[in-house]
Write a protein that binds this ligand. Sequence first.
Ligand SMILES: [Zn+2]
Ligand SMILES: [Zn+2]
Length: 341
Amino acid sequence: MFTRCLVCSTPFEANEELEHAPHAYRLAFDPSRGRLWAICQNCRRWSLMPIEGRWEALEELEKVTVDRARLLSRTDNIALMRAGPLEIVRVGPAKLKEEAWWRYGKELAGRKRNWDKLGVAGSVAAGAVVAGGWAAGGISLLGVWIILGHGSDTLRDAARWLRFGSSAWKGQQECSNCGFNVQSVAFRDRHALGLFLSQETGEVEIVSRCARCGLYRDAGLRLTGDEADRTLRRVLAYHHFAGASEERVFQATHLIQEAGSPQDFTRIVLRDGKRLGDVQRTGGIALEIAANEAAEQALLELEVAELEARWRREEELAAIIDGELTPLPLLEQMRRRIAPG
Ligand SMILES: [Zn+2]
Ligand SMILES: [Zn+2]
C-alpha cells in the first residue's frame, strides 16, 4: 500500500477502521474489476493501490459497505457511502437502500439531550453553576455573561438566543399594497408565518402579514427561492431547538419515506398552505428533516457527478496500470508452448 498520494505526494491520513487498507479515509473500489484507490484529501486524485494485498482489502471493504455503510448519493455507476469516519466510493450498482436522512435523526436526538441538560440547570438564577465551569450546549463563560445581561428567563431560552439571535429573517422588502418597509421577522412571531408552495416552481414560499395594512399573502412579506429555503431551515431549527426523541425522528423519517422523497413530502404537507403554528409536531420534525435533506441532496448530487467523471478517468489509467491493455492472452499462449501446464 502506498502511504502518499501518487500525484501530489501528500501523505494519506491513516484510518483505524480497515485492517487491509489502513492508509486513507477516502477510498474508492470496484469489486467487479478488482480496483482499489486511495483518494487524496489534497488534490482529490485517486491513487491505484498495488495489486499485491488488494484482494484482502477489497473483501474487507465490500463487507464494511454491506454491513454498516450508509448510502449518501449515487449515480447509475457509482455510489458514495459513509461508514463511520470513512468515505467510500463504490463502483457498480449499489445494494444499499438510500436512507440519507439518518444524519438528521442523530442531530435532532443530540439537540434533545442538550435541551434536557439545560433543563436540569434551570433558570439563569442558577447561572453560578454554569459560571463554575459547566458548559452544556456549548455555552462559554462569555456566553453566560451575555445571557445574564440579556435578561432571558431560562437557560434554554438563553441558549437558543445565543445560537440564533432574535430574527428569523433580515432584509429589505416593501409591502406591495401599502409600501411599508419590512426589515425583519422575529422568531417570536414564527407561529403566524405562512408556508405555501409557489404556483410556478412548486418550491416553498414564506409569507408574513404586513404590520401596517394587515394584508397577508397577496401583500406583506414574501420570501421565495433560496431565501425562503434558508429561512425555512433556520426557523424550523429554532422551532425544534428542543430536538426530538429517536422514536419521533423514526416516525418522521417514515413519513418522508412513504411520501417517496423529501420534496414529495414537503409538497404533500404544504399543498394547501399552512401556518407554521398549525403544523403538528411529527410533521414539523419531518418538514425540517426534508428541508435539510433536499439541500444536502443537491450538494451530494453535484459531488457524486464529479466523482463519476473522476472515476472514468482513473479507471482508464487503472486498466493500463493493471496491464489489461497488454495482450496477456497472447503472452500466455506463448508461455504455455514453452512451458506447458
Ligand atoms: Zn494528491
Ligand atoms: Zn402593507
